[in-house]
Write a protein that binds this ligand. Structure first.
Ligand SMILES: Nc1nc2c(c(=O)[nH]1)N[C@H]1C(S)=C(S)[C@@H](COP(=O)(O)O)O[C@H]1N2
Ligand SMILES: [Mo]
Length: 168
């Protein structure tokens, strides 16, 4: 895909120089429902949801080679989205304030890869992730393509297709 292609979707995996520095110190993020209403989600909120750990995760970095294996812990994106948005949403955008992000489709969450389900991670190897390490970080265990889905510093999760209203 050419960098000059104006139709290119910036949220589809594309080659990218990793940003080493968080865009802010605030680890909370906005959840935006299909009705445009939003809600601020904190790490504490995520810790109230069922906790899932996935071992043998690698970050295959363009900038500094492969790191891992890590055990990431957090809430599955499926549990998170079902809790806040119900089960009729079809597509989410997960983006950081630095502009890096990804689309996630409901069918990916309902048929998880054998490597493990997509997580909103707040711990790595049993310790709270630091903000520098990506708190809150989306982990896609099946992804080995230059970490192009391992979104650090999630800043907004938006329902862009299907149901998924945020209640007032
Ligand atoms: N928010 C954000 N997340 C990001 C990136 C980025 O620039 N911004 N870069 C991605 C890329 S290309 C890589 S290689 C990894 C690097 O992750 P690491 O710093 O934990 O090794 O983060 C991924 N997640
Ligand atoms: Mo990368």
């Amino acid at each position: 895909m050419s960098p000059h292609d104006e139709t290119a979707d910036p949220l589809q995996p594309h080659s990218h120089e990793p940003n080493p520095a968080p865009p802010s110190n605030d680890s909370s993020f906005e959840l935006v429902g299909s009705n445009g209403r939003s809600q601020t989600i904190t790490v504490h909120d995520l810790q109230q949801l069922p906790k899932t750990s996935i071992g043998n995760c690698f970050i295959v970095s363009t900038g500094h080679g492969t790191s891992g294996p890590f055990t990431f812990t957090g809430v599955t994106l499926l549990n998170f989205a079902t809790h806040f948005c119900g089960d009729t949403w079809e597509e989410l955008e997960v983006v950081s304030a630095d502009g890096f992000g990804n689309r996630v489709f409901a069918h990916e969450l309902h048929q998880p890869d054998p490597a493990g389900p997509i997580l909103l991670a707040y711990e790595m190897n049993g310790r709270l992730l630091t903000r520098e390490q990506g708190l809150v970080r989306m982990i896609v265990p099946s992804e080995r393509d230059d970490a192009l889905r391992q979104v650090k510093w999630v800043g907004e999760i938006k329902v862009v297709r299907g149901g998924g209203e945020i209640r007032p």
